[in-house]
Ligand binder design. Structure first.
Ligand code: GH3
Ligand code: MG
Ligand code: MG
Ligand code: MG
Ligand code: MG
Length: 309
């Protein structure tokens, strides 16, 4: 970050950092007993900017998976005290590894054995000695597809925002990383059932998308925006004071209430209520959510279209 006091410039640099972090380096776990093979594989993948970690001990597999979070496993078939196909079969029974790409890299030339290895959970079979160009291409395309599908299961289909599960998990990370202020807001559209009942479900959907659009436009890329439930959203704003965060939410509340939503007979107006809570007053994701929920309930009780703390 360059020195100088231009906030916009500093902000842009911060955004760049965030975006680079999002496009993390690909990680491949190499399960292989031959040092020569490991060296060849690591050199090939390193030439493509891919990070690798190698193990030859079956006892370490689960621990390494938890700490290294690979995007793909390159699995040897035959190792002393260790069978790659058996390890694959075990991983496939664990929910968190059921779709992790596993590519065999083995000298096994018997097609029947290769087919059996795929049947027990492998995604692809590559022969040793391997072609470096093919190996790199297989690894890269499989990882791209894996990351894309993981990304799409984290997003809500109607709004493109983080879904409930992803928003909760992102908030946990943000609380762990918080080195100062962090404000959470729970937002709920007012009398939404009446909007559906009066104008129909598709118009209701448009109102939800309208709020999502407004939130995306007003918040920073470091902020969390999630669709927490039907017409309920979760927001988290790091690195600004609770007072500043409160006025950001208040301005969005004001502008949403003035935003016209089209329906076949003209335009309708909606509003939302919000409850906010700040770290470190509440210091876990659960405590922040609960406190913000309580404040939201209070905002509803006090007549809606308002922000409460
Ligand atoms: P309040 O001001 O107390 O929040 O009242 P409300 O009517 O907004 O609250 P309530 O929870 O009773 O109604 C929420 C409604 O939102 C009920 C449900 O059918 C509707 N809903 C949930 N998800 C969607 C969706 O994706 N699209 C549409 N159109 N409606 C949805
Ligand atoms: Mg071997
Ligand atoms: Mg609701
Ligand atoms: Mg409700
Ligand atoms: Mg509501």
């Amino acid at each position: 970050i360059p020195s100088g006091d231009q906030p916009a410039m500093v902000l842009n640099c911060v955004l760049d950092l965030v975006q680079t972090n999002e496009q993390e380096q690909y990680r491949v776990l190499v399960v292989e007993d031959s040092r020569v093979a490991v060296a060849l594989i690591q050199r090939t993948l390193a030439q493509h900017g891919i990070d690798t970690k190698a193990i030859n001990d079956p006892g370490k597999l689960l621990d390494v998976l938890e700490s290294y979070h690979p995007d793909l496993i390159l699995m040897d078939m035959y190792m002393p005290r260790f069978n790659g196909v058996e390890a694959t079969r075990v991983l496939r029974q664990m929910a968190q590894y059921s779709s992790l790409p596993i590519v065999y890299l083995s000298g096994e030339s018997d097609v029947g054995m290769q087919v059996e290895a795929l049947r027990l959970g492998g995604d692809q079979f590559l022969m040793k000695p391997f072609n470096p160009v093919l190996l790199a291409a297989v690894v890269k395309t499989r990882i791209e597809r894996f990351r894309e599908s993981r990304r799409s299961t984290r997003l809500d289909g109607l709004t493109g925002l983080l879904n409930h599960t992803a928003a909760k998990s992102r908030l946990k990370d943000m609380v762990e990383e918080a080195d100062g202020a962090l404000t959470v807001a729970m937002i709920d559209i007012d009398h939404f059932k009446a909007i559906n009942d009066t104008y129909g479900h598709p118009v209701g959907d448009q109102v939800i998308r309208g709020l999502a659009w407004l939130l995306k436009g007003r918040l920073r890329s470091i902020d969390l925006i999630g669709r927490y439930g039907g017409e309920e959203f979760m927001i988290a704003l790091p690195a600004i004071s609770p007072e500043q965060a409160g006025s950001v939410i208040e301005r969005i509340r004001h502008d949403f209430a003035a935003l016209p939503h089209a329906h076949p007979g003209g335009a309708l107006y909606a509003s939302f209520s919000a409850g906010i809570a700040s770290y470190p007053l509440a210091d876990t994701a659960a405590a922040l959510t609960e406190a913000a929920d309580g404040a939201l309930l209070q905002a509803k009780r006090l007549g809606r279209n308002r922000v409460e703390q």
